[in-house]
Write a protein that binds this ligand. Structure first.
Ligand code: DO4
Ligand code: MG
Length: 284
């Protein structure tokens, strides 16, 4: 089941189910007031199935998608794929050994990525920092976690990154990663009772510029050096998340060093079995 948020014709924020090309607005009733509350229930799919729906809307360009987040925190894992380790070591001569060591260590790199107001949904803009010169999207399989750290679903994530800022000094990582419009999530959350095999989670990143595809590469979850469960167990240590969380699980695709995003590029990230998140890039 796919579940998301959108703005209806009266500009009200609604939760909806996406099925067979239709968006069905949910009637949350008295009991629930947000998508995060539905995700926090014992069985989110059954909870959602127990709710009524309003008239379906055909999925077309008129849908105003919102990121499927309420008050959850957004965290991210880093250097979980060989490609990311190599790229970081190239961008940061001074700190290359940090990335090498974290790739092999038991403890993963986990960092705070975004608060909800910094997150864009499907078709909403993502930003290049005005003080950065080398920027990339990072396509990431993203875990949707209940307040008990149960993986209830997956979504598509974009961990926008300023490589020149992080490369200058790894202590600048929070500035390279966390700023307005720095994270993409959506277009919806796919709820799973049993997660798919890692090899089924094929990830594709396409970047369009002036109507041409200027970058197109694929990877899959099978290339990841860590398991989802391992990342979640580290994230949950001495760290409560009363509303649940999103955890981006790291990028396996980093464009070659001469590539940087431009304003007006269109970034499309697809994950097989989940969907495609598309965002225009802006720069203040
Ligand atoms: O170490 C810096 C960040 C790495 C990252 O975001 C990734 O590997 O996806
Ligand atoms: Mg990343």
């Amino acid at each position: 089941m796919n579940v998301t948020k959108f703005l209806d014709q009266a500009d009200s924020i609604r939760v909806g189910i996406v099925e067979s090309g239709q968006l069905m607005p949910l009637q949350l009733g008295e009991r629930y007031s947000s998508l995060a509350e539905l995700l926090a229930t014992e069985n989110p799919t059954a909870t959602i199935q127990s709710l009524g729906t309003d008239a379906s809307l055909p999925i077309d360009d008129s849908i105003r998608w919102l990121p499927p987040i309420d008050d959850q925190e957004v965290w991210a894992a880093g250097v979980t794929y060989k490609r990311s380790q190599t790229a970081r070591m190239e961008e940061s001569e001074a700190a290359a050994s940090c990335y090498d060591r974290v790739y092999q260590a038991d403890r993963p790199e986990l960092f705070f990525k975004a608060t909800p107001h910094r997150v864009s949904g499907h078709k909403q803009p993502l930003r290049i920092r005005s003080d950065a010169t080398w920027n990339v999207p990072e396509p990431e399989i993203t875990l949707v976690l209940s307040p008990q750290f149960r993986i209830v679903g997956l979504t598509v994530g974009n961990d926008m990154s300023s490589r020149d800022i992080e490369g200058e000094n790894p202590l600048y990582l929070p500035q390279a990663k966390c700023y307005d419009q720095c994270a993409g999530l959506g277009p919806w959350i796919t709820l799973f009772d049993t997660l798919p095999e890692m090899s089924e989670l094929r990830v594709d990143l396409k970047i369009e510029r002036d109507g041409q595809v200027v970058f197109d590469q694929q990877t899959s979850g099978a290339e990841m050096a860590r398991s989802f469960e391992d990342l979640v167990s580290w994230l949950s240590r001495d760290n409560s998340m009363p509303s649940g969380a999103f955890l981006m699980t790291g990028t396996g695709i980093v464009p070659s060093n001469e590539f940087t995003l431009h304003a007006a590029d269109l970034v499309h990230i697809s994950i097989a079995g989940i969907g495609t998140l598309s965002n225009p890039i802006v720069q203040a």
